[in-house]
Ligand binder design. Structure first.
Ligand SMILES: [Mn+2]
Length: 310
């Protein structure tokens, strides 16, 4: 008997990750010839909640560990960020827009990875390639992936293709994009029901950089001051997290998605020495201001990787 097939994104899923898993499930039969259930590895964030409510879609089932399901993995190939229990044998497909993170498979698998703004855009390309008709809800889901992951095209990860794709999709979706972005970003920034531990871990990723283990959390927000005033609680929480996860470095940044800057938290001597070496921002009271930096993927990870991977 065929194993059950699931689609899933990374741990601490962001909106692109969750909606891409849902899109794979909506088009599972047409793309892969099988029914696919979207699941999530952790609870969804306030932005994703807003979108699912807006579209009256059900929240994907929470799945903490893979047993024998076959897996369509979206939005990552980084072993550290993947749901527990995934083996070389149950990986069936990868749809992503990140660097290859070192995943292996025991048999040939379907992959579609592109350097583009979001996994939603990669899925759009797959649908185009296979001549699959896009319904209004799916169009909106892909539009949200683009707007959320590229921070409304402000991130250096955004490409011309993402712009074109959004335009095409909005012929189906017919959204007032400007108004919608503002609602989406308000939801993204919402601290409703969010604890200090949530702030540092909801959008947190682990990386292997050379022989070092590095954790980087971000919080994208329209008004970073509402997070930064909690600095005296955030820093001890980060220090505790670093110890608990046995990381060599932990960084956290509040990302100002209106002014396109970041506030990088420097929690200890190791981070202080490293950040002074690789970033050019000015530090004051354990926070380094990084002008024009908003992308973990393009502006934080590669710089740290270059230094630590030496
Ligand atoms: Mn993504």
């Amino acid at each position: 008997m065929q194993n059950k097939i699931i689609s899933i994104g990374h741990k601490n899923p962001d909106t692109d990750s969750v909606l891409s898993a849902i899109l794979v499930s909506r088009f599972g039969k047409k793309i892969f010839g099988f029914g696919i259930e979207a699941v999530v590895a952790d609870d969804i964030n306030n932005e994703t909640k807003f979108v699912l409510d807006f579209l009256k879609l059900k929240k994907p089932r929470l799945l903490k560990k893979i047993k024998n399901e076959s897996v369509v993995l979206v939005d990552t190939t980084e072993p550290k960020q993947i749901i527990d229990g995934l083996t070389e044998d149950n990986l069936m497909a990868v749809i992503d827009h990140h660097n290859l993170g070192g995943l292996k498979s025991s048999k040939p698998i379907y992959t579609h990875i592109e350097p583009i703004g979001c996994t939603g855009s990669v899925i759009y390309k797959i649908l185009q390639e296979k001549n699959i008709k896009i319904d209004k809800i799916s169009a909106i889901l892909m539009i949200v992936c683009i707007l959320s992951d590229t921070l409304n095209f402000n991130s250096p990860t955004a490409t011309i293709d993402d712009k074109k794709i959004l335009k095409e999709l909005n012929r189906i979706a017919k959204l007032d994009i400007k108004k919608f972005v503002s609602e989406l970003f308000t939801a993204k920034s919402s601290l409703k029901g969010i604890s200090v531990d949530d702030i540092i871990s909801k959008d947190y990723k682990q990386f292997d950089m050379g022989k070092y283990k590095v954790g980087i959390g971000v919080w994208e927000i329209t008004d970073p001051e509402t997070v930064n005033i909690q600095k005296n609680k955030i820093i001890p929480a980060l220090i505790k997290k670093k110890r608990g996860e046995k990381m060599d470095y932990i960084f956290f940044a509040t990302v100002d998605i209106m002014k396109n800057n970041s506030y990088l938290y420097i929690i200890g001597d190791e981070e202080n020495i490293l950040s002074k070496k690789v970033f050019s921002g000015k530090s004051k009271d354990s926070i380094m201001f990084l002008k024009g930096v908003i992308s973990r993927k393009k502006q934080l990870v590669p710089v740290l990787m270059k230094e630590l991977g030496k």
